[in-house]
Design a protein around this ligand. Structure first.
Ligand code: ARG
Ligand code: ZN
Length: 464
């Protein structure tokens, strides 16, 4: 009786205080995490209010029916008091969501799985989200007309699973923006005869009752877009190169073209290590499918993914991304030149070291292109539109900016900058502003005009 009276009185006080606009709840209930990491080019990608430390994914895929069943366990930490949060998830049916073992309410809206908490999670505390889901995954079509995400290959060949920039959400619930990096355990069950290849080290593999299960572990932090779980009837090769386990999986139709190039992988890794610093990961390899209609390769962490047998330049490019993109990751998509410009510049250096044109000559050749050329269609430091992310300027003009930098500061400072960049941001993130600041501090030069011209000026820059 007394209690109820007291509660009524308390409620009245709150109601009155509310009317006066001064109500403060007695206990923090938290607010919902923002529905995106705030990237202007992909506003919905990523999730505010939490950091995912680790993903444990258990998947089963049927190439014939293209059906995927999944269970995802996310070990997360709240970065604010949370009353709920969103995860990225596109398509697929969600059967059940639990948070710390308690079933919670969820909703679907666009590319989001919206989760409401019964009890708030407080800022800084760890919690576990488990999602049971399944269905037929569909890739997302990007603004440039390419698609990414879980892509079933023609017939019952398997699947090409690439997530840049937003396809991770097509196969697992995630914090899909590159600002969040996590470790991964990915276990995939496929019909016997198929191999499922993910990132990192293959922990176990077993076959029983016509099904094969592959357990992969990635121990270095990884952005969701770099995760893969590609499936095929691959020809697998496993070997050690110095202390590095190498695992390559190649569609038999690409084997004749791929093998000679993939044989160069250890040599490419050690050559790049001499320029960029120690190889950042504890495994390496490649996945080669047979579907060039996909039209691109992706630097999936430790194990780049190719739509067809790569040429040597492409191998050099995707391997360079292991430092630039995978270990050192961008925080905003507009900084994409930090990935693509650097990986392209690695190709230039490789070619020069193997009898091809010098980077200086390539810079001059490209500079000779008319002002109407695509090369000058946007400044690489600020693509402005999602459709431009993987356009020519991000790659070629990004590489030109690096050659301009090299010519301005000299080889010693230039290679010092590259090594410090990969060392200081290893397993983390880097921004263009940080790269410019590092370049200035290593070289002792004012490089603002150089970066303004090569990264940020619209149209063809006038030679300085
Ligand atoms: N980062 C990849 C590369 O240059 C390109 C990925 C393109 N993605 C896409 N959806 N088109 O190696
Ligand atoms: Zn690239």
């Amino acid at each position: 009786m007394t209690n109820r009276l007291f509660l009524t009185a308390a409620a009245t006080v709150f109601a009155v205080a509310g009317l006066l606009g001064a109500a403060a709840p007695a206990t923090p209930v938290g607010t919902k995490g923002a529905a995106g990491a705030g990237d202007p080019l992909l506003p919905l990608s990523g999730d505010g209010g939490l950091h995912v430390r680790h993903y444990a994914l258990q998947l089963a895929y049927q190439p014939k029916t293209q059906h995927l069943d999944g269970s995802a366990v996310l070990s997360a930490t709240a970065t604010q008091d949370l009353s709920g949060f969103d995860l990225d998830l596109s398509g697929l049916d969600v059967h059940r969501v639990t948070v710390d073992g308690q079933v919670v309410a969820f909703d679907r809206a666009g590319p989001k799985l919206e989760i409401t908490l019964d009890r708030p999670v407080t800022d800084g505390s760890d919690f576990t989200v488990a999602v049971d889901y399944g269905g037929t995954p569909h890739p997302v079509v990007d603004a440039d007309g390419t698609s990414d995400g879980w892509t079933a290959l023609p017939g019952d060949q398997g699947a090409f699973v690439a997530g840049e920039p937003q396809g991770a959400m097509t196969w697992f619930p995630c914090d899909g923006h590159p600002t969040d990096k996590s470790t991964y355990d990915v276990t995939v069950t496929v019909p016997q005869g198929y191999t499922a290849v993910s990132n990192g080290v293959l922990r176990t593999q077993h076959t029983a009752a016509g099904r094969s299960t592959f357990r992969w572990h990635e121990s270095a932090p990884m952005a969701a877009y770099l995760a893969t779980a590609s499936v095929g009837r691959f020809d697998v090769r496993e070997y050690w190169s110095r202390r590095l386990p190498v695992y390559t999986a190649v569609d038999p139709a690409e084997k004749a073209d791929a093998d000679g190039v993939l044989d160069q992988l250890p040599a490419v890794i050690s050559w790049e290590s001499s320029l960029f610093g120690p190889y950042p990961f504890d495994s390496a390899g490649a996945i080669v499918v047979h579907d060039k209609a996909i039209g691109y390769a992706l630097e999936t962490q430790t194990r780049p993914l190719y739509d067809e047998a790569p040429d040597l330049d492409t191998l050099v490019h995707e391997t360079a991304h292991q430092w630039f993109g995978d270990s050192v990751t961008i925080t905003q998509w507009k900084d994409i030149w930090l990935n693509e410009g650097f990986a392209t510049y690695a190709e230039w250096m490789w070619d020069a070291a193997h009898g091809g044109a010098s980077p200086h000559a390539r810079l001059a050749q490209l500079y000779a292109r008319p002002a109407t050329d695509q090369l000058w269609s946007y400044p690489p430091g600020d693509p402005g539109q999602l459709a431009r992310l993987f356009g020519v300027p991000s790659y070629a003009r990004g590489a030109m900016a690096l050659q301009e930098l090299r010519e301005a500061v000299g080889d010693q400072a230039f290679f010092g900058i590259l090594k410090r960049w990969t060392a200081e941001h290893r397993y983390g993130h880097g921004t263009t502003a940080q790269f410019a600041a590092l370049s200035a501090s290593v070289s002792g030069k004012n490089l603002d005009p150089l970066f303004a011209t090569w990264l940020y000026s619209a149209g063809k820059p006038t030679k300085m």
